[in-house]
Design a protein around this ligand. Sequence first.
Ligand code: BG6
Length: 444
Amino acid sequence: MKNDQPTILIIIGISGDLSKRKLLPAIGEIAKTGMIPSQFKIVGVTRQSNISLENLLKHTINKDYLLKNTELFEMNLEKEEDYEKLGNRLGEIEKEFGSSSQYLFYLSVPPNTSKSIIEFLGKGGLARRDNTKLLLEKPFGIDLESATQLVDHIDKYFKREQIYRIDHYLAKETAQNIIIFREGNSLFKKTWNKDFIEKIEITVSEEIGIEGRSNFYEQTGALRDLIQSHLLQLLALTLMDIPKEGHLEEVPHLRYEALRQIRIPSIPSLITYVKRGQYKGYREEVNNLDSMTETFASIDLESTDPKWQGVKINLTTGKALKDKFTEIKILYKKDNDHESNELLLRLQPDEGISFSVWAKRPGYEHQVSRHALNFSFKDHYTALPEAYEQVLFNAINGDHSLFSTSEEVVETWRILDELQKIWATSAYDLIIYKKGSTIEEIIS
Ligand code: BG6
């Protein structure tokens, strides 16, 4: 159901890549379906005076709608008076709408600038106003300490229910399907525990490298960029308890409860549980010949939750690998001599689900073969919605279920804290791999 409250979406950093590639097209799509509030305006904040809306919207669909409902607002994000002017302009728009409007501040800016913007919004009186929401992009800190400080900082100006922390993986259609699949299929629901499951492997394999994001990536690496956020969130969705029917609002807390019980098995022999690598040519690309930043990470984890004790868990991600895919593989236990079954939740590409079964091979001899029962979304539906459409739709509608909470963010950093400290001291275990390698080639 759509929320029809008049809405102003303030994109701070409208000329940035995220806004051009994801946010504006997403709004165009939502508007096309008629699910956007009837009174809706985008205020695109920018420091640049020479940008044109036409240019920003070059590649978006529904351009006419966006042109009609977007305006640019030039300001200096370091100047308090400019926030006052912004506040005044928002007030004028609200008057034009003729009724009280919700403000959504979307911070699409480099991470080092968001702290001061939050403070200016807070001090300028824009935060505590009723009906104001703050949408934040990762990274949420770089380690446990900085994440905790960031949470405290934001808490000074915004109430927790005003904050929407985006992890676009949570909003992928196929990630949302994890709960539906677990809930809706009693065979899997009943066997979703340590008694039946041997191992859970979650993999995000990327063909692309760092795509020119040298500064960002040098300070980030695979562990912070993908494991701390997307992969741990997918794991939380896999391990968490299922919410009561129709109560998706419980999901963030349930994910948090699952995360609280996850840890890296045993720090003294860490090397057995974690692997890191860097693709050849990375150092030249970032212009730092001593760089120890990992572009590949694979870590084993365990859960102390009695339902999951003893189940092996692995999270793996890497850039410049042979294939692009994201999947959750559930390996079931063998029963006596019979072979095990495997469930594959494919998040991208070819979104869908497959399950391996053993069947008799036709013939006089009793031989068996493994075959897959397969479901592909593309065989039944046209293109799946982009994650950012869902993110914006849910934020407009005040639905928190697909956003990560402060508690979750702190927990994910807690899981990785000791590992990060150890990795910071030496990189003797860094594996240098050829671009286009498979995961097996790197870790074997
Ligand atoms: C981002 C990371 O959060 O997710 C990128 O910063 C990564 O490094 C991207 O490439 C992957 O997202 P997707 O949706 O393309 O799988």
